[in-house]
Design a protein. Sequence first.
Length: 229
Amino acid sequence: MAVVIPVICYFIVNYYSKDAVDMPRRYYVDTVLTKIDGGKEFTDTVWHKAANFTLTNQLGKEVSLDDIQGKVIVANFFFTRCPSICPTLTMNMKRLQNTLKLKDVTRKIDTTFVQFLSFSVDPQRDSATQLKKYADRYGVNHDVWWMLTGDKKTIYDFALNEVKLSAIDGEGVDSNFIHTEKFVLLDRDRVVRGYYNGLDSMAMADLAGDIVKIFIEKDKKKKRNLFRK
């Protein structure tokens, strides 16, 4: 219920008060562009967009971020032999997966806009076959939740340099072995919008609400024309 209630509430917000929602912040700036127009200075912030990658999912298929363009992403990092936090993280991700099954044709609600990504930080041992067994044990929907393996450098670069876990969770993350309870939320432009403790029920409720906020977010780029004539 702690997860379901915020999701339902924010779908209601979608219909009745879009402009009143306090949206999740953006985290990392790549650059700030400046232009002088009519004697006035205008700035435009370019936020860090997570770079594309190619990895292998639990079905043995090569997949990439470019395959899920336009989707909201929830990512975490785990390994199948983990005896401590990983089973709880996976169960909580599964609860999100189940909670967001709110497709309603009559109201045109479709939560398949969310893609869950679980990166193995022990890819040498976590083959696609091993990930498939793990996924089936937890009832993973393979269409909306990828468990990923492949090149270790690619996975660690994504964690450390693209979603910048080392900056937000220094105690649990280093360049040798990533072991963190954090879930990361990225918007449809692959910009980081939040970090959440995957072991904490209140944090997971916040994540559920923020997923829906991102879904109803207006596309400001359609209105922005500071650098166009």
